[in-house]
Ligand binder design. Structure first.
Ligand code: PEP
Ligand code: MN
Length: 354
C-alpha cells in the first residue's frame, strides 16, 4: 500500500459503509419491486439504485424504460421506505426526476466526460438541494472529474459524493475498467469532505471480482459501495455478467464484514422497514388463505355441507395454540388473530352464490 493510501485508511477506518444496491436497469415494475422488497427487508441498504435512462455504447442495446421507471422508484420509497437514486444525463432527466422526488441522482461516466452536458445538468439542478453522486469520467483524467465536481458543487445541490467505477483504457485489463486507485485517492485529497464510494460492479465487469474489489476499497477507507443486484441476473437486460442476486449480495456483505451506514444512523428506521415488509408478507398470506377458504366454501355448497363446522375449527385452534406456545406466542394472541381470520373466511364462504 502506498503512503497516500495509508492516510485515507487512517482517516476513515472507523467509519461504516454507505450501501447502495439495486439493478443496473429498471426493467419491469415487478422486477424493481421484487428486488427492492428483498433489499429493504435485509435492512442493509441505504439507497436503492436503478437506471431508467441507460447510456449505451452501441445503438440497439436496451436503453432503459424511461420516465415510467420514476413511478416504480417512487413506489419503492413509499412501500418499502427505501430512498432511491437514478442516473441523469440531460437537463430533461433532471426535471423529470425532481418531479418524482427522487432522493439522489448520479452522473454516469460517459456524462462526466463531457463538460457541456455537465454544465447543462448543473444548471437544471441549481438550488434543488437534491443529492448528487458523480462517477469518474471514462478516461483517466483527474481534471475532468474535478471539473465535473466543481460544476455540480457550484449549483448548490444537496450532498455531493464521488463514485469510482474505473477507467476505460486501450490496453486490456483483467477488469472491465482499469481501477487506477491512485486517481480516486488523489481526487479524494482534493475533496476530503465528499464521500468516496466504490462501484465494484462496473469496475470489475464480472461478479467474480466483486469481493476482491470491494475489500480493496474498504481497506483503502472508501465510504461506501454501489453494487448491482437483480432478482434474476442471467436474464438482465443490461450488465448481466456483473449483477448478483439479493442473497448473493447479503453473502458478499457478510464476507466483507462491514457494518452498514444505515445501522449506525438509524437503527429504528431500519427495523421499521423490516416490520413493513413482514406485514406485507402477512397480508399476502392472509389473501392466499382467503382464496383457499373460498374454494372450500364452493365445495361445501356443492356437497350441501354447513359452512361452520365446529369440530374442524376446534382442531385448528388446538393445533395453533400448541404451535404458538412453542414460538413464545400467547394463547390470547393466537385466539384473537385466528378468530378474526376465521370469521372473515366464514363470511367469504357464506357469500358464495353459485
Ligand atoms: C450505471 O451505473 O448503470 C452506469 C451506466 O454506470 P457507468 O456510468 O459507471 O458506466
Ligand atoms: Mn450497469
Amino acid at each position: 500500500m502506498k503512503n497516500n493510501d495509508v492516510a485515507v485508511t487512517e482517516k476513515k477506518k472507523n467509519n461504516k459503509a454507505l450501501i447502495i444496491a439495486g439493478p443496473c436497469s429498471a426493467e419491469t415494475e415487478t422486477q424493481v419491486m421484487n428486488i427492492a422488497k428483498f433489499l429493504a427487508a435485509s435492512g442493509k441498504v441505504d439507497l436503492f439504485r436503478a437506471g431508467i435512462w441507460k447510456p449505451r455504447t452501441r445503438p440497439g442495446s436496451f436503453e432503459g424504460v424511461g420516465s415510467i421507471g420514476l413511478k416504480w422508484l417512487r413506489q419503492v420509497k413509499e412501500e418499502y421506505g427505501l430512498p432511491c437514486c437514478t442516473e441523469v444525463a440531460t437537463a430533461k432527466h433532471v426535471y423529470e426526476a425532481l418531479k418524482y422526488n427522487i432522493d439522489t441522482l448520479w452522473i454516469g461516466a460517459r456524462t462526466t466526460t463531457n463538460p457541456f452536458a455537465l454544465q447543462e445538468i448543473a444548471t437544471a439542478l441549481r438550488g434543488s438541494k437534491i443529492n448528487v453522486m458523480i462517477k469518474n469520467p471514462l478516461n483517466p483524467d483527474i481534471e475532468l472529474w474535478t471539473g465535473a465536481i466543481e460544476r455540480i458543487m457550484k449549483a448548490n445541490v444537496g450532498q455531493v459524493s464521488l463514485i469510482h467505477r474505473g477507467f476505460s483504457i486501450y490496453e486490456k485489463h483483467v477488469y472491465r475498467n482499469a481501477p487506477y486507485w491512485e486517481i480516486s485517492i488523489e481526487l479524494h485529497k482534493r475533496f476530503p469532505e465528499l464521500p468516496l464510494i466504490c462501484d465494484p460492479s462496473h469496475l470489475g465487469g464480472d461478479k467474480k471480482y466483486l469481493y476482491e474489489i470491494s475489500s480493496k476499497a474498504i481497506e483503502l477507507g472508501y465510504d461506501g459501495l454501489m453494487v448491482e443486484t437483480h432478482p434474476n441476473p442471467e436474464s438482465a437486460l443490461s450488465d448481466a455478467k456483473q449483477q448478483i442476486t439479493g442473497e448473493e449480495f447479503l453473502y458478499l456483505l457478510e464476507q466483507l464484514a462491514i457494518t452498514t451506514h444505515d445501522e449506525r444512523l438509524n437503527p429504528i428506521h431500519k427495523l421499521r422497514r423490516t416490520i413493513d415488509v413482514i406485514d406485507d408478507n402477512l397480508l399476502d398470506m392472509i389473501e392466499q388463505r382467503m382464496e383457499v377458504a373460498k374454494r372450500i366454501g364452493k365445495m361445501k355448497k356443492y356437497n350441501n355441507q354447513k359452512v361452520i363446522q365446529r369440530s374442524r375449527w376446534n382442531q385448528v385452534m388446538l393445533r395453533l395454540t400448541h404451535k404458538g406456545k412453542e414460538k413464545g406466542l400467547s394463547d390470547a394472541l393466537i385466539k384473537h388473530v385466528f378468530t378474526a381470520i376465521h370469521e372473515e373466511s366464514i363470511r367469504n364462504q357464506t357469500e358464495i352464490v353459485d
